[in-house]
Design a protein around this ligand. Structure first.
Ligand code: SF4
Ligand code: SF4
Length: 305
């Protein structure tokens, strides 16, 4: 048990952790992306993070949402693609670990349960592909609709998919539900505006179910939405392999035979010890640096380039 004289040292150690810095940056980013309510922005900046289509207070744009909207307007989405490529090539998927508001909410949910639950490796590996499927379906709908509208034959297609037409993913995105739909309903109830009509919508309840499932799941399986379902994360995962930013592991310092702390603390379930030690840029790595923080022998370090 720790003695009284050790307390300052314990506090100092807790403060000087990368994880503390990360939480502060996540919180500041969370405030900053909605800071137009404080008179800041909006800025003409697109970031590959999951935020929301319907939030009027956002300072920065969410690149995947804008990508779908630009396709719907039958233009080529140069800017969102540039945002994904530039950020992923320089910083990999680190915005997922340090900036994304929905990632931050999931990290907070992970505090609910001290010991995370994990799927078996086989289930985990198969479920990683779900996010690529969601990305593929979203792009398929957006691109085919854009092409058919541009050819003047897409009106019935557009009418058939209804609310999914402008941004197919956002129509059910838990991030939109949490940051745009839910606050709007709460504000309406607060100011006595009738919401009965809104609450009858089956789509709204589908949204609530998806949000609820992934928030609860995040308490058990860290970053489950990011791992298995997020199409922003899927695009970044594809590009993450080419990232300048990576991690390296010193095999001499690494007490590989007995210690697997880095693997155990990794929220993305990355098999660090099986990756090349000179530099690894795993598609799923969000550069949270928990493995760096927890390694007792300081064997893992960020590497750039
Ligand atoms: S993968 Fe997670 S952190 Fe990255 S954009 Fe999606 S929700 Fe945000
Ligand atoms: S490998 Fe390290 S930096 Fe990457 S997600 Fe896992 S713990 Fe975070």
């Amino acid at each position: 048990m720790a003695e009284i004289r050790d307390v300052p040292l314990i506090i100092k150690k807790a403060i000087w952790r990368i994880e503390t810095a990360r939480k502060i940056i996540q919180l500041l980013s969370f405030v900053l992306v909605s800071a137009t309510i404080f008179g800041v922005g909006p800025w003409e900046v697109l970031l590959p993070i999951a935020y929301s289509l319907g939030t009027p207070h956002k300072t920065v744009g969410d690149a995947f949402t804008v990508l779908q909207r630009v396709l719907y307007e039958q233009a080529f989405p140069w800017l969102p693609i540039a945002s994904f490529v530039l950020i992923a090539v320089v910083l990999g998927r680190s915005l997922c670990g340090w900036v994304c508001p929905f990632g931050f909410i999931q990290d907070l949910m992970a505090y609910v349960k001290k010991k995370p639950t994990e799927f078996s490796l086989r289930t985990h590996q198969s479920m990683l592909n779900v996010k690529y499927f969601i990305l593929g379906v979203t792009l398929f709908v957006s691109v085919t609709l854009a092409v058919s509208l541009a050819m003047g034959v897409g009106q019935s297609y557009e009418a058939a998919i209804g609310i999914f037409a402008p941004a197919p993913f956002n129509a059910l995105s838990p991030s939109d539900t949490l940051f745009a739909i839910l606050p709007r309903i709460v504000l309406k109830v607060w100011f006595g505006v009738a919401v009965e009509g809104v609450l009858l919508s089956p789509l709204l309840w589908a949204r609530f179910v998806i949000l609820g499932v992934f928030l609860v799941l995040a308490a058990y399986v860290p970053r489950s939405w990011c791992r298995y379902a997020c199409p922003h994360g899927a695009l970044l995962a594809i590009l993450n392999r080419f990232s300048f930013l990576g991690l390296k592991r010193d095999p001499v310092k690494c007490t590989k035979n007995g210690c697997r702390i880095c693997v155990e603390v990794c929220p993305m379930k990355i098999r660090i010890l099986e990756l090349p030690w000179e530099k690894f840029t795993d598609p799923e790595c969000i550069y949270c640096l928990k493995c760096v923080d927890e390694c007792k022998t300081r064997a893992i370090r960020p590497k750039f380039p």
